[in-house]
Ligand binder design. Sequence first.
Ligand code: ZN
Length: 222
Amino acid sequence: MFRQAAFFSLADSRPGNPADEFASKVSWSARWNVNLSNGRLQELERIASRIRRQFKVYLEPKVDILRVVELKFSTFYPDFRFVVIDDDDQVFAKNILAFTQFDPLQIGVREAIYRLAANDDPRARFVLAHEFGHLILHDLDLGAKLFAGARSDFEALEIRFELEANIFAAAFLIPAWKTNCMSAEQISASFGVTRALAEWRLKQVGALRAKGPAMRGGCSSQ
Ligand SMILES: [Zn+2]
């Protein structure tokens, strides 16, 4: 069966809370027992840092993710299109909030998510950063592999890609080196992310620092 090489972000079941896919996806991948190696986790940190530099938002605490995806990305990749899907659009299933596609290269978001992101809504910002992660990390070849493989391969790869896009999004929105001495509350306020994501990221940065020289830092060393 032909499946289009695209990643979709779906609304969860809670009305008014459309984009809190982070927590559900993390628990989902934990259930499937998909873990990324320490090497891959460190690599995702480096990629997120590099992309921040490339897009000249390295020092911004609350990175303007909408501007990066809507305006800046196409200056590097002229073929890229950012599309806003009408909330009443029938072509896409109602619960699709956003998607990333590789041929043609585009990110699409629901009008509601676009408006929320423009108003700094932390969950909408995360949805955009997650799709941006797919764009940066998962190209057409990987997409084709994902969608052409057997059902069991598809599931394992899909979970892995979703997890990677989430981890990239967290690293891109909350650079590890900027979190020194900050509480989850402060991170949530300064970086424009949910409290849940801030808490998760603090734990993750602690674990990465314990394992790798690439992540030196921490409050006591300041
Ligand atoms: Zn995704």
